[in-house]
Design a protein around this ligand. Structure first.
Ligand code: M6R
Length: 612
């Protein structure tokens, strides 16, 4: 949940670190800190955002060609100056930054207290740095070895970087369950939670694996080993995205930029995978597992949040087109309920970040039971991408806004391609129908563009409902997950209570909430159970609810009943989620902006949820 960045080389570390923290701020933003080593090791840290840290450091000593920095999302201990990272060791000769949770910090802390250690913070991290220093002093080993021995005593998740004033040109870092990337520059190294602070300096990176420790020294080759002391050869990869992907590019917020990127990101998700002219759909990443997919008796899709909503669309698609039974599970529930699963099962994990702790744990459980695990991830080299047997990257590009937008449509695009590929291979779809759908799929980016042109109109509708206290979102069939997603977008960034429901379920409870104060967003596109949704709209109208309807261009019946209508282009029923989600993202965005909310960094949230 936190962001870590570190540098060692010939350049001044401070500007690199502070900029790196801004890039990583989407991961956590309740406190931030920096340690710089010049003549001595100095730590500066404060509660608040990276900008608060930058202000705080204005008149401080910025010197140093080596440093570590952290932006935090609190787990152990409230967000305050003391609990912020980095943390000193007892002698103040070492400092650490940490992302993750040390589960056995209690017994380790007691042991250290019994030996005279005093703790200044409430964090689990401080335990680790005392432990490292204790081992170094008592066992007479060097810093990398002390870190290695300490990590063998730790239960939990970590990405750490340790700096020592005995080593002005060396950093020691390690990971388990929390991501860490090493950037290799000219005579210099960068370390970070993801590649976003690194890409402007170098494209050569090494993604650490779990239980690996790396020692980087200016001007020397990196030394990579496991915590069991096995030396490994680093696998250097090239970063494939550019700096522009990390800038707002003239938009007021990352979220808006990412909403507007969707014509491009959907195209990128399909690139090299969909060839409508020749009638081909292929997913190279999972080709080896295709025979198994074609013969499986069921697929289980695991995910959280928005990715779970994309998975629900995937269920409808795979069942309708490929006739494979699909179960969609919240990863957090799946991992704790002893599911019936074995080597005949295929589990698909869907995750934007590829770091979600619950999804990772669910993968682990399924793997132990012998299932084949496939992944649909956005972040290249992420933990989930590595934990799966094979997978497909969504190629949506970095998503910085905490509210997921373009990742959702990219995930749905991949699931659509997967369902189509399996259907044509299994013979569960006529070739002519297959061709009809893929021709239409190719049109979707253009239709998303058309939908984005409605932004002004959507913004004026949003204005009317800025001060609503509750919202209801209704949809049926493919539009039910869309309703869930619309409600999640609104609640997470505007703090308005919103519920998504299958439209027909409304009469089993939520209808009691409807009065003239209640805005009800109904996705009522013209295919599928249109007439049924019409009836649901009448039920809302009869109770004086205010209807905002997402309708197909040219619609008459719903428009007559709805208070406000947003017309999206006509498309295949099974492709509607790719279009209908766009106005819902924009409604949430505009309402949040009008309510003066921090759209990109909503309260209490962070981009990747690496804790339970
Ligand atoms: O990175 P993941 O897709 O695994 O993340 C899952 C959820 O944490 C994420 O979708 C979350 O719900 C977003 N804030 C939704 O906008």
């Amino acid at each position: 949940m936190c962001g870590i960045v570190a540098y060692v080389g010939d350049k001044d570390a401070f500007p690199i670190l502070i900029k790196g923290l801004y890039r990583l701020e989407y991961r956590g933003y309740d406190s931030a800190g920096i340690a710089l080593l010049n003549e001595s090791l100095k730590i500066y840290k404060t509660r608040g955002k990276v900008a608060d840290l930058e202000n705080f450091m204005q008149d401080k000593d910025h010197k140093g060609k080596i440093g570590i920095a952290h932006t935090r999302w609190a787990t152990h201990g409230e967000p305050n100056d003391i609990n912020a990272h980095p943390h000193y060791s007892r002698t103040k000769k070492l400092a650490i930054i940490h992302n993750g949770i040390i589960e056995n910090y209690g017994p380790l802390k007691e042991e250290l207290i019994s030996r005279g250690y005093r703790f200044t913070s409430d964090t689990d991290t401080e335990v680790l740095i005392h432990l490292i220093e204790d081992i170094r002093q008592n066992e007479g080993v060097d810093l990398p070895e002390a870190v290695r021995i300490a990590l063998n005593q730790v239960i939990g998740a970590y990405a750490i970087v340790v700096i020592s004033d005995d080593h002005p040109d060396m950093l020691v870092a390690a990971r388990k369950g929390s991501p860490l990337v090493v950037g290799i520059g000219d005579n210099e190294y960068y370390l970070a939670s993801d590649a976003t602070p690194i890409v402007e300096h170098t494209k050569d990176v090494v993604y650490l694996d779990d239980e690996e420790i790396v020692t980087v020294k200016k001007g020397e080759k990196m030394l990579l080993k496991t915590i069991r002391n096995r030396v490994k050869t680093p696998y250097i990869q090239k970063l494939e995205f550019n700096l522009s992907a990390l800038e707002k590019g003239g938009f007021e917020h990352f979220m808006l930029k990412e909403i507007y990127e969707q014509p491009r990101s959907i195209r990128d998700s399909m690139r090299g995978r969909l060839n409508a002219r020749d009638g081909i759909v292929s997913l190279g990443g999972i080709l080896d597992y295709e025979p198994k997919l074609l013969n499986t008796h069921r697929i289980i899709i695991i995910a959280c949040g928005t990715s779970w909503h994309a998975a629900l669309v995937g269920e409808y698609l795979l069942e309708e087109l490929a006739r494979i039974p699909v179960e969609v599970e919240y990863a957090s529930e799946f991992r704790y309920r002893n599911p019936v699963i074995d080597e005949t099962d295929i589990v698909i994990a869907v995750s934007q970040s590829g770091e979600t702790a619950d999804t990772l744990a669910a993968i682990e459980l399924a793997r132990e039971k012998g299932a084949t695990i496939l992944g649909i991830c956005n972040v290249v080299g992420s933990s989930i991408a590595r934990a799966t047997h094979a997978g497909v990257y969504t190629h949506a590009g970095p998503e910085i806004g905490v509210a997921s937008t373009k990742a959702f449509t990219a995930q749905v695009t991949i699931l659509t391609l997967m369902a189509l590929r399996l259907a044509i291979k299994k013979g569960t779809i006529e070739t002519s129908r297959f061709q009809q759908i893929i021709d239409e799929l190719e049109e979707i980016p253009r239709k998303v563009e058309e939908t984005l042109n409605l932004d002004k109109e959507i913004s004026s509708i949003a204005k009317i409902f800025t001060y609503a206290r509750n919202f209801l979102y209704l949809g049926r069939g493919y539009n039910f997950p869309v309703a869930l997603e619309g409600a999640l977008k609104l609640k997470e960034i505007s703090y308005i209570h919103a519920e998504g429901y299958p439209a027909a379920e409304m009469k089993h409870g939520p209808i009691a909430l409807i009065d003239r104060e209640m805005p009800v967003v109904v996705i009522a596109t013209n295919r599928g159970p249109y007439d049924k949704v019409l009836t649901n709209i009448q039920e809302v109208k009869a109770r004086k609810g205010k209807i905002i309807a997402i309708v197909t261009k040219g619609d008459k019946k719903v428009r007559e009943l709805a208070d406000y209508s947003i017309e999206i282009p006509e498309t295949e029923e099974l492709l509607v989620p790719l279009l209908a989600t766009i106005p819902l993202q924009l409604i949430a965005y505009h309402i949040a902006v009008m309510r003066d909310c921090n759209v990109d960094q909503p309260r209490n949230l962070a981009k990747s949820v690496t804790v339970e």
